[in-house]
Design a protein. Structure first.
Length: 111
């Protein structure tokens, strides 16, 4: 059986050097080292579709549906960043589609 002193000494024998290359995984996310990797991380989103694909899908499905019902219908979507972007606002504005204002943190309105 190993003594307590040797066990404690063994814990401090191999220090983890944060921010440096080492063999053991320290539990932190790997730092993006190159400019390209930082740009990929910055521009990544949850959507697998490009803005052009989203525009084409909305143009084919949603916009024609709302053309004849502009006054009586309101489009509802959550306040996610991709739904609240200028791209999405500029897509609905020329078509005259009303969009429901949805607060970001509204416990009374969220299902």
């Amino acid at each position: 059986m190993i003594s307590l002193f040797k066990w404690i000494q063994g814990c401090f024998e191999y220090p983890v050097n944060y921010g440096q290359k080492h063999k053991e995984y320290n539990g932190r996310k790997r730092k993006a080292s190159s400019r390209y990797e930082r740009n990929v991380i910055r521009t990544a989103s949850n959507s697998s579709k490009s803005p052009n694909e989203i525009n084409a899908e909305l143009g084919l499905d949603i916009c024609p549906f709302f053309r004849n019902r502009r006054r009586s219908h309101t489009f509802q979507q959550d306040n996610a960043a991709i739904h609240f972007s200028n791209f999405t606002k500029n897509l609905f504005a020329p078509e005259g589609i009303k969009v429901l204002d949805w607060p970001a943190c509204s416990p009374g309105l969220n299902p």
